[in-house]
Design a protein around this ligand. Sequence first.
Ligand SMILES: [Zn+2]
Length: 384
Amino acid sequence: MYAIKLELKLNNCERTLMKRHAGYARFCYNMVRTLYLGVMDIKVSRTRKLGLIKKTFTNFIKKQPEYQWTNTLSSRVYQNAFIAFNRGLERFVKGGSGFPNFKRKKSGDSFTVDSSNGPIFLSAGNRIKIPTLGTFRLKEAIGYNCCSQTFTISRTADKWYVSFTVKADKIPPLYHFVCEPTGIDLGVSTFATLSDGTVYQLPGSLKKAKIKLGKLQYRNRNKQLGNKKLGTKKSKNAQKFERNFGKQHANIASRRRDFLQKTTTEISKKYAHIRIEDLNISGMAANHKLAEAVLGSGFYEFRRELVYKSPIYGTVVEVVDRWYPSSKTCSNCDHVQPMPLKERVFVCEACGNSCNRDLNAAINLASVSRDRVRMASPELTPVE
Ligand SMILES: [Zn+2]
C-alpha cells in the first residue's frame, strides 16, 4: 500500500468549491468538539457520545436556517470530520497528545471525502473522479488504473492537492539498462555528471527562485520586525513580507525536493551499479564559497535518496574512499596531476588526453579498484 499525492488543476469555480468544503470540514470538526465538551462528563461510552452528537448534528443543527449552506456540500466531509475528531480523541485517551484543538483557518485548508460504497476505480489519465465532488483535472496524470476509497484534498500556499492510497506494491523494474559500474560526480557548476556522459543540471528555475529570494530579503532589510522586549509591534508591511518570504521559501524547497526525487529515481531505474564519492561535507562546508553550493544543492540528500531507493529498485550503491583523487587522475592513463578548482577541463600532462573535469572524475569513480570501494549503508554519516 502506498500513497499518491497529485496536484489538481482547478478553475476559480472549483477552487471556491474546495475552499467551501475545507471551511465546512473545519466547521464540522469544531462543532463536534464543542458538543463533545458539553457531554464530556456524562457517563456513557465515547462511541455512544459521538453517536448522539452525530444524530443532533444531522437532525437538528443541519436543519437550522443559518446552517442551510451545509446542505449543498458533500455529506462525506462531515462524516470524515467525525472520524478525524474520533481519532484525535483516541490519541488523547491513550495519552499520546492533548485534547484535540479547534481547527483554525490559518493552519490551512484540508478535508477528506470517501466513497460510501467501497473503493472506486480510477482510470489512468489526467482526470480524477473524486467521490461526491465530481471530476477534476490533474496537473500530472495518474500513471495506471487503480482503486481507492478515501481522498484527502489539501492546499499548500495557492496550490491544491489530492492524496489517496493505493492497495498495491510498487513493482521495481525487472532489469536495468546499464549494469556495469557507473560513477557519479557531484559538482558546483554541473549538479551530477555520470561516467556515460549523462548530465543532470539543477533546474534554471531553482536558481532564479533563489535570486528572487535574495532580492526580496535585501529590499526588505529595513522593515520594522517588532521587538517583544521593547514592546514594538511588527509592521503591516513586515507581515506582508514574511508571508511572501515563506511562500518563496516553500517554492524553492519543493522545487529542489522534486528535482532530487526525480533524478535519483531515474538513476536508480536505469543504472544497476552506482558509485559515488564519499563526500567530505564538513570539509567542503568549511570552505566558505563551496558551503552554499554543497549544503544548498542537496548533495547529501542526493546520496541519501540513492541509498534508500537501492532496495526498492535493486541497485547497488557503493561509496569510493574519500582520499581517492578522482578529479586529479587521468581517466585514460592514471597519471595524477594537480587540478585547481577553477579548471574545467582536464588536460593530461602525460598522454595529452583532454576531458571535461566532471566527466573525467565520474569515469575514474566507475573504474576505481575494488579495494577503494565499500557499500553505502543508509546509516552512513557524512563524516565518520
Ligand atoms: Zn593521461
